[in-house]
Design a protein around this ligand. Structure first.
Ligand code: FAD
Ligand code: SF4
Length: 513
């Protein structure tokens, strides 16, 4: 055999041109390696999901007649790094050519470039091909915003709508509007029960036991007899079909609402399947649009437009920012925040009901929806000044869908404002007011949502003003924030001081909140 082709764990793209025909000269290689299980402490469900999906993908390739080398984590010849496994395989079997798909993560991209140099020195030919998944090129966003100071997602999104002719009427948006946000984002009514999420309930005990046996450090909980996440193309397609039928009709309406009893509400939970490429973003939005077209009596344009924007807008935009700004993005810290992440982020033991539930469900399901990530956990870490490195490590580990290209841009950029306002035009922060407006946590909380100071005052209320006060020098100039300072300045100085003192007390005792 002549050519060795690498398939990474997040490149399970059945539709890639590589797999469209068998080639007797080609061998594929996939590997479970400590390099990937150990670069951050991952949720146990995330590692299981990757390995189960990779194994199923390798089996599908073999059944289709392809030649596959699959290195399991405990194989004796597994050298536990992509670099060393490839070098060893090429040298042992005299492959002449090495090919890989462009990785999504900077860290792996650098590693593979270095590997290619090492192989070329040994006289081997190396080629990188596109992963054929995204709707924009790596540097398309960088070119689109060249010379601009702010990178407005909305203008990138409109360009993508036109480029792929999605929800368009010629050159105009269908129904005359690009954005239906104003109609969305309602609080879940008290007695409304969202649809039960579709789960897959598989037995993954073998992979679970392998992870335990190998002593991999993990976080979170799992029931290995009832594993909920899709790990094959068939399951991913089933979840997509379930989403368009049962969740899309209310997706936009309840996109931002939060509830302690319902962990996914009307969200699609397709991010994992998309991020490992079992589903393509184009097929996901096309299926949503096709379903809407035939169900317009029951599904409004606001629902489908809201969904399409998340995928061809936000998802592609974040990837574009990543390739435009890495590797510097990894160390931006606009507010110079240095605090350690409170220990209760790892066990959900806090009296703050909203955070207890958002962290608790993240530990139980490796999932929280966007507003829980942004306006609960992210909001709290930003208000209390946690070091973005610590925040990143937590998000990168805990979520099933966390890969650095989409995690860091959302965490450091959108949620922590650590890039100084490239992704977010103002910091996403709030007091208890917003959390109560959109969620059902406050009424049963130990803390009082209406109090800023004193016994049981909600910590978000004083931390909110503490944040604005301590960052006045860099934020007061921002026209989108001016209103907050007008409000703050209307508060009497002695009252302001009381609020700041309350925040200081909470910050000193952050471990016990
Ligand atoms: P839905 O609500 O059903 O949305 C549909 C799809 O839109 C998602 O599957 C996702 O592919 C895409 N999408 C929506 N919002 C975003 C966004 N802001 N950026 C990129 N894609 C988006 N998403 C990840 O995939 N991986 C991460 O590691 C990740 N980390 C995040 C960290 C923070 C602090 C925040 C605020 C958001 C993060 N997101 C991340 C974005 C978003 O929260 C998740 O994509 C979403 O919650 C996944 O659940 P879902 O599939 O049910 O999404
Ligand atoms: Fe969260 Fe404060 Fe509401 Fe409690 S009162 S749930 S801490 S916002």
């Amino acid at each position: 055999k002549k050519t060795l082709r690498l398939i990474l764990g997040d490149q399970l793209n059945h539709q890639h041109s590589w797999f469209q025909q068998q080639d007797k000269e080609v061998v594929y290689i996939m590997m479970e390696v400590r390099q990937e299980t150990d670069y951050v402490v991952h949720h146990i469900q995330k590692i299981i999901a990757f390995f189960v999906a990779m194994r199923a993908f390798a089996e599908a390739l073999k059944s289709a007649g392809h030649d596959v080398i699959y290195l399991r984590l405990d194989d004796s010849n597994n050298l536990q790094s992509i670099h060393h496994n490839i070098l060893a395989t090429i040298q042992a079997s005299y492959f002449e050519v090495f090919e890989y798909q462009l990785p999504d993560e900077y860290r792996v991209d650098e590693q593979l470039k270095n590997l290619a140099v090492a192989l070329q020195r040994l006289g081997k030919a190396c080629y990188a091909v596109d992963s054929a998944h995204f709707l924009s090129e790596r540097l398309e966003l960088a070119t689109f915003f060249k010379g601009k100071k702010s990178f407005l997602m909305e203008s990138f999104y409109r360009m993508m709508r036109k480029k792929y002719s999605l929800l368009m009427d010629g050159n105009d948006p269908i129904d005359g509007r690009w954005n239906f946000d104003a109609e969305n984002r309602k609080k879940l009514p008290k007695n409304h029960r969202p649809v039960e999420p579709l789960t897959f309930d598989k037995d993954v005990t073998d992979v679970y036991q392998l992870i335990i046996k190998e002593g991999i450090a993990t976080i979170g909980n799992v029931n290995p007899k009832n594993f909920i996440w899709p790990t094959s193309r068939e399951e991913s397609l089933a979840l997509l079909a379930f989403f368009v039928e049962h969740c899309l009709p209310l997706f936009g309406t309840y996109e931002d609402t939060m509830h302690p009893s319902y962990w996914s509400i009307y969200h699609s939970r397709l991010s994992f399947s998309m991020n490992i490429k079992l589903l393509s973003p184009l097929e996901v939005v096309q299926q949503a649009i096709t379903h809407w077209e035939t169900h317009q009596a029951t599904i409004s344009i606001a629902q489908v437009e809201g969904y399409v924007r998340q995928i061809i807008g936000w998802r592609e935009y974040m990837r574009g920012i990543y390739w435009c700004k890495m590797p510097d993005y990894e160390s931006v810290n606009f507010f110079k925040h240095t605090r350690k992440l409170p220990t209760w982020f790892w066990n959900a033991q806090t009296k703050m009901n909203c955070l207890k539930h958002a962290i608790g469900q993240s530990l139980d399901f490796a999932y929280a929806h966007h507003i829980q990530r942004l306006m609960l956990t992210g909001n709290f870490t930003l208000l209390s000044g946690v070091n973005p490195d610590e925040v990143d490590a937590w998000y990168l580990g805990i979520y099933i869908d966390a890969l650095q290209w989409v995690e860091i841009t959302n965490t450091r950029g959108m949620s922590q404002y650590a890039d100084g306002g490239l992704v977010a035009t103002k910091p996403y922060i709030s007091s208890a007011n917003y959390i109560d407006k959109m969620g059902h946590y406050c009424d049963t909380c130990y803390y009082d949502k209406n109090k800023k100071v004193g016994h049981k005052a909600c910590p978000f209320n004083s931390l909110y003003w503490h944040f604005y006060h301590r960052h006045q020098d860099v934020l007061a100039k921002n026209p989108r924030i001016g209103m907050a300072y007008l409000t703050w300045n209307k508060i009497k100085p002695e009252q302001q001081q009381e609020i700041l003192n309350q925040a200081e007390i909470y910050l000193r005792d952050i471990e016990n909140l």
